[in-house]
Design a protein. Structure first.
Length: 601
């Protein structure tokens, strides 16, 4: 069958408040009695019976019957009157009950230390000169997050203001030839970034397909020469960014009261800043300028540290920023660019990231802004609530609709209280869904201190949310399901990068990489580096007579797939390989071979 009848029944029962089904049945029953009795009593007059049979003309037949038959009309009139009393009084009663249950659950959460309000999220800035977002360089980006004329103007000007830190991208698709399987190591990302930026710098108006007769970079020198104007244009803005990020506080002026409609223009720019610092690091690395590369790499990590809030979307952007910054670090390691002191500094900065611990708090904040949006809708007309749901994720301000005022008033009059009772129940169930997820993630965070991470991964069935926690939960919560796995994956990648730094420090002293990870103890580490997924040593292999290495974690599935990673599930039904691999290969001074093609989409 294409549907699960018990599940559908359960969803329906979750939709209707307790007692609501009886009100519906009683009201519909009385309406049917009134309708049938009207048809029966008007049967002698065919045209009148015909009017009574069709609902749109039924009121006309009822009026005619009152005028012609008098006392006989008391039966249908009585049935309709009882239906109205049952519906309106019953709807009012279940609305009060559902509102009370919602308030009691909200209070219980607060007693348990799970506040719902946004009151504590809005922080004051007593000393603007200490706040990152009050620095002149970032102030326009902070202003862009506010509503009103100043915010709108800032959003219009934002692109031009930070144009130099937007990563230049060619419209062409770059196809690198495989050399030592570089796509598994992050090397491919670096090569594509620097090539793409160089080609765009040389030919900003590139068509979607390569143009015959136009030269494209053929060696590293050509790439560096093409990039030089772009890097020079970045320097002043990167200096100001560094100055801004050196401030001790980071309070962004979020408009928490806007809930889901809150503007977050800073997130895309923070990611763009990370890409700009990485491009600068790659450029200076290829130019063999260690100090400049070190400073921009440190700035890239600092940019990733600036988390504007614990919002889930902010955490996901931070995860992307850390990965971008680590690409630059990997490139510097391949070039053996820095000394041990610099590598220890980078490693200490990487130790500050612990995304896996942020997931439960991120859902608490998601619940808080959701509550700011959804809770006021309990007392709103049905049409306004429906517009909110239809425009979820878009700019919805709760303004009056374009529907005729008459229709809105009629729907509010006849459906208002019953609808609001249903909505109050749905939001209470959704809050319970949030709490289940938060509890699961909190337990996983505690377990991560002692257990293999493969055993703490949490996953929720989307149908479970809809079936057990209602329609709103089915809409809002499934999108949060993969957050923990992304955080875990990012944290494992940080572990790999930190371990690769220990390997690089070994190389600086010994002139080659170790044969085994055990060789790092005790000179470079107190213990053998372990894979958080299994709490067993990471997989390691020395390559190229000690001039390279392969290091990997077993990934989310907890199984050794030989360092392989598959983006798609195999058609033969076998397990999807998801090992996280970091490869260090001896660098080549020649430019990787590449082809240009059409960029699809």
């Amino acid at each position: 069958m294409g549907f699960d009848m018990p599940s559908l029944v359960h969803q329906f029962l979750n939709l209707i408040p307790e007692g609501g089904a009886w009100i519906l049945i009683a009201t519909l029953g009385l309406l049917v009695v009134g309708w049938i009795s009207t048809i029966v009593l008007t049967a002698r007059t065919k045209w009148l019976a015909l009017l009574a049979f069709f609902p749109p003309t039924h009121p006309l037949a009822l009026i005619a019957m009152v005028l012609k038959q008098g006392s006989a009309s008391l039966v249908p009139l009585g049935a309709y009157s009882l239906a109205a009393v049952t519906w309106f009084s019953g709807s009012q009663r279940i609305y009060q009950e559902q509102l009370q249950q919602l308030e009691q659950y909200e209070q219980a959460l607060k007693v348990d230390g799970e506040p719902l309000g946004i009151e504590g999220l809005k922080q004051r800035v007593d000393q603007p000169e200490e706040n990152i977002w009050d620095h002149p360089f970032l102030k326009p980006l902070a202003t862009a997050g506010t509503k009103g004329e100043s915010g709108e103007q800032a959003r219009k000007e934002m692109g031009d203001r930070y144009a130099s830190l937007e990563l230049p991208r060619t419209r062409l698709r770059i196809q690198l030839e495989k050399d030592g399987d570089p796509e598994r190591s992050g090397l491919r990302n670096n090569q594509e970034m620097i090539l793409s930026s160089a080609i765009h710098s040389m030919h900003p108006e590139d068509a979607l397909e390569p143009v015959e007769g136009i030269s494209y970079p053929a060696d590293r020198e050509a790439v560096l020469k093409a990039l030089e104007p772009t890097i020079r244009a970045m320097e002043e803005d990167l200096r100001q960014l560094s100055e801004a990020l050196s401030r001790p506080r980071q309070i962004y002026p979020h408009q928490w009261e806007e809930g889901f409609n809150m503007l977050l223009p800073q997130l895309a720019k923070l990611k763009a800043f990370s890409q700009a610092t990485t491009l600068s690091t790659l450029y200076h690395t290829w130019k063999a300028e260690p100090e400049k590369a070190f400073q921009t790499a440190k700035l890239g990590l600092r940019t990733a540290e600036v988390r504007d809030s614990a919002l889930l979307i902010s955490c996901l952007v931070q995860i992307a920023q850390v990965r971008i910054a680590m690409n630059a670090i990997d490139e510097a390691r391949r070039h053996h660019l820095w000394g041990e002191e610099e590598w220890i500094s980078i490693q200490e900065q990487l130790e500050t990231f612990r995304m896996i611990d942020l997931m439960d708090d991120s859902l608490r904040m998601e619940r808080a802004i959701g509550h700011a949006t959804m809770r006021p809708m309990v007392d709103r007309p049905p049409t306004e609530v429906m517009r909110l749901i239809q425009n979820m994720g878009q700019d919805f301000s709760g303004t009056p609709s374009d529907e005729p005022a008459f229709l809105e008033k009629v729907s509010s009059l006849f459906l208002g209280r019953f609808w609001q009772a249903c909505y109050a129940r749905q939001w209470r169930l959704c809050l319970k869904g949030y709490q289940e997820m938060i509890s699961d993630l909190n337990a996983a965070e505690e377990a991560s201190q002692t257990k293999p991470w493969k055993d703490i991964l949490v996953s929720w069935d989307p149908l479970h949310f809809k079936t057990d926690f209602g329609i709103l939960a089915g809409m809002l919560l499934p999108a949060l399901d993969k957050a923990q796995s992304k955080a875990v994956r990012s944290q494992v990648e940080i572990t790999l990068t930190r371990t690769s730094i220990d390997l690089e420090r070994y190389y600086l002293r010994q002139g080659h990489y170790p044969e085994r990870l055990e060789d790092l103890v005790p000179g470079w580490r107190d213990s053998v580096p372990v894979d958080p997924m299994t709490q067993q040593p990471l997989f390691y292999k020395s390559l190229s007579q000690g001039m390279g290495f392969e290091l990997y974690s077993v990934g989310l599935n907890g199984e050794d797939d030989g360092g392989r990673y598959q983006t798609k599930t195999p058609r033969d039904g076998s397990r999807q390989a998801d090992d996280l691999l970091l490869i260090h290969l001896p660098i080549s001074q020649s430019l990787p071979k590449y082809q240009l093609g059409n960029r699809k989409g």
